[in-house]
Ligand binder design. Structure first.
Ligand code: WQD
Length: 342
């Protein structure tokens, strides 16, 4: 009997790609999502990729009664991958309470249910917790710095909640994955990033500008202390990122971990500047971009990219797809969405 893995936030960008990789690895993905930041049409797209419509339950994990009722009725869940959180840095500054309520209530309600039964739990964390690292590439042992946004703070505090819960109760097996910058789309071009409104992130803005949905790209500053003056990030293909979640579940099933709370950097270990990404998109797709240099964006850090040795050695995972595949897949998805609007 294939193991059932709960994917909280499974109709979202990273969640939907993880549903595909769980299926490919022989698991049965079970999706819960409140659809506040995703479309139920993703289920039809997933059916076209994996051959069946995955189990889906619309559920607000902030509602403890409904969450516990769901988990009572689905006791065969053997692992949880928790993506369900609000994640827009800028929006979190305007709506801090909505972020604290949603991101903490959903996490605590899920964890609370497993105080007396074992659970393997993967948490979606972020390199945001590092702030501007003092040393690059940044390792998992680097200090966590005071978050510059409520969103970043929810990730930092969520990691503390997980660490303290695991220390207090060995029923929990927890892995926190610190993502760098997820970009790209599944090579079928049937699922991808669906930003609501004007994209805040670089790559969806690039693809929407390229397809004519947005005006020129603004490069937020070219006066940083980097080779070409623009900010550096560690961009990772969303399919590689999805596979890291399967690796985390497998690691916990194998009980190889010395500790019941572990943290892993999920990036490529390589940094790319904004201008390099723009150039990479143009050379990968043959599409010329229109961009201009603008002022720095408040809150941006100058450069961050991950040391991913621990993930290679202990998680047995490493990124396999490069910037070219990231740009090409993002562009194919943008063209698909234009022809097949959700
Ligand atoms: C990347 C670079 C911008 C848009 C955030 C969160 C992180 C994760 C990903 C949730 C920066 C520059 C961007 C544009 C630009 N979110 N840029 N013009 O800020 O590194 O990370 O999103 O999981 O947690 O912190 O990603 O794509 O917004 O920006 O020049 O129109 O692109 O200044 O240097 P970021 P991003």
């Amino acid at each position: 009997m294939s193991k059932r893995i709960l994917v909280a936030g499974g109709t979202g960008f990273i969640g939907s790609h993880t549903v595909v990789e769980l299926h490919n690895a022989g698991y049965v993905p079970v999706i819960v999502d409140d659809l506040s930041n995703s479309s139920i049409k993703i289920l039809d797209q997933l059916e076209r990729i994996i051959g069946y419509k995955p189990e889906f339950y619309q559920l607000d994990l902030c509602d403890i009664e409904k969450t516990e009722q769901f988990l009572d009725q689905n006791s065969a869940i053997e692992g949880i991958i928790h993506f369900a959180a609000f994640k827009a840095v800028g929006e979190s500054v305007k709506k801090p309470l909505a972020y604290y309520r949603n991101n903490f209530y959903s996490l605590i309600n899920l964890l609370n249910y497993y105080q007396d039964k074992p659970i393997n739990f993967v948490f979606s964390s972020s390199c945001t917790v590092y702030g501007q690292p003092d040393v690059l590439p940044v390792t998992e042992s680097a200090p966590v710095k005071k978050a510059e946004s409520p969103y970043g703070n929810t990730k930092q505090v969520s990691e503390e909640i997980l660490a303290e819960t695991a220390a207090a109760n060995k029923n929990y097996n927890i892995v926190a994955l610190r993502y760098f910058n997820p970009v790209g789309a599944h090579d079928s071009a049937l699922i991808g990033e669906l930003p609501i409104g004007v994209p805040q992130n670089l790559v969806p803005f690039i693809t929407q500008s390229a397809i004519g949905k947005r005006g020129p790209i603004t490069v937020f500053g070219d006066d940083y202390d980097t080779p070409d003056g623009s900010c550096i990030r560690d961009y990772i293909h969303v399919v590689d990122l999805a596979k890291a979640h399967v690796a985390a579940i497998k690691r916990m099933e194998a009980k190889k971990a010395a500790d019941n709370y572990e943290v892993f950097n999920i990036g490529t270990g390589k940094g790319s500047s904004v201008l390099e990404i723009i150039k990479a998109f143009e050379t990968s797709t043959g599409v010329k971009l229109d961009y201009k240099i603008g002022p720095r964006r408040a809150g941006d850090i100058e450069k961050v990219y991950g040391d991913v040795e621990k993930s290679k050695k202990e998680l047995g995972w490493q990124a396999e797809l490069g910037i070219e595949e990231m740009m090409k897949s993002a562009w194919e998805w943008e063209k698909y969405i234009k022809a097949n609007p959700f």
